[in-house]
Design a protein around this ligand. Structure first.
Ligand SMILES: [Mg+2]
Length: 319
């Protein structure tokens, strides 16, 4: 999983050139070499659009006059596709037409450059667009991170879970989620103060991240509650992972209250075959919440997992 602490600007941004002219490709290839960018190219709008979806370049240089799918159509398609709508596009045009400029900006272009290029100027425009897009990306990533736990926040979870849910159903892949809640957390705040409580939240989040595999997505769900999205994971496998988290929480000694261990209760729901998921994402969360509630009711420090159809998979109690 992406460690939120590793968020940084890309070192070598990829720039996609979409232009039907071999000459322009050769020219930019030669003259952009001094820039710290990696230039990739396509020769028509259709391929360019598909390449953008696949490679998520940091910037697109888009020719207007191209056969089959022209620059305006391509720009429209790029701005309508969720995966490419935020990629800045500099339009390249052989004509210095005000109407074209207005149309390009209205469609969402960030800049407009007239051919033949003044290469120094084009390089400067590329640099400034890349800088802006890197900053925008960093801001939007930061907006997805919960400051205390450094996990993804609730709104990121809501969007991402929906995506993973759709993907699991579409491909018939396994998918599990886990809701985790710290046991008697209020008493930590009440007894040892809120800074101690904050340390526990950050510490348990860290344990969860360390136990997660690269494909798992750990989020803070609210207060002292966390949620894990585990794509490609059956509820039985999710159970194994989550029980390790439970064990590690129990075994951790906290500097601010060494005599007061912290335990966690976890409710899991999942599907071994995503094609069999019949309920909504919200109902899936509710099922996980029910398992969490049962774990709490049955004594806490416990993991309960069930299949989406309600079959009980596993229950682990503290030893
Ligand atoms: Mg052209």
């Amino acid at each position: 999983m992406v460690d939120p602490k590793d968020l940084q600007l890309d070192t070598t941004p990829v720039v996609l050139l979409i232009d039907d002219s071999q000459f322009v490709h050769r020219l930019l290839d030669a003259r952009m070499r001094s820039e710290s960018i990696s230039l990739i190219g396509e020769f028509n709008g259709k391929n360019g659009f598909e390449r953008a979806v696949e490679d998520s370049p940091a910037l697109i240089l888009l020719d207007l006059d191209m056969p089959v799918m022209d620059g305006f159509e391509t720009l429209r398609a790029l701005k309508e596709e969720a995966k490419t709508k935020d990629i800045p596009v500099i339009v390249l045009s052989g004509m210095d037409s005000s109407q074209d400029k207005v149309t390009a900006f209205d469609l969402g272009a960030i800049d407009f450059v007239t051919k033949p290029f003044e290469l120094t100027e084009l390089r400067a425009r590329v640099r400034s667009s890349l800088k802006m897009s890197a900053l925008m990306k960093m801001l939007s990533q930061k907006a997805q991170i919960d400051g205390l736990s450094e996990l993804y926040n609730r709104s990121f979870f809501d969007d991402r879970f929906k995506e993973e849910y759709d993907r699991a159903i579409r491909h018939g892949h396994p998918l599990s989620i886990a809701l985790m809640d710290l046991d008697h957390f209020k008493s930590i705040n009440d007894t040892f103060g809120h800074p101690a409580g904050d340390t526990v939240i950050a510490g348990v989040a860290k344990i969860a991240v360390q136990e997660c595999r690269s494909s798992d997505i750990a989020c803070r769900y609210g207060g002292e509650e966390f949620v894990l999205i585990m794509p490609e994971t059956s509820p039985a496998d999710a159970f194994t992972l989550c029980d390790r988290i439970r064990e590690r929480c129990e075994a951790t000694t906290w500097a601010q209250h060494p005599g007061r261990p912290v335990t966690i209760s976890i409710g899991i729901v999942g599907a071994t075959d995503g094609a069999g998921i019949q309920c909504t994402p919200a109902a899936m969360i509710e099922l996980a919440d029910r398992n969490l509630y049962d774990a709490k009711k049955s004594g806490r420090n416990m993991v309960r997992a069930s299949d989406i159809n309600g079959a009980q998979v596993k229950i682990a109690k503290a030893s």
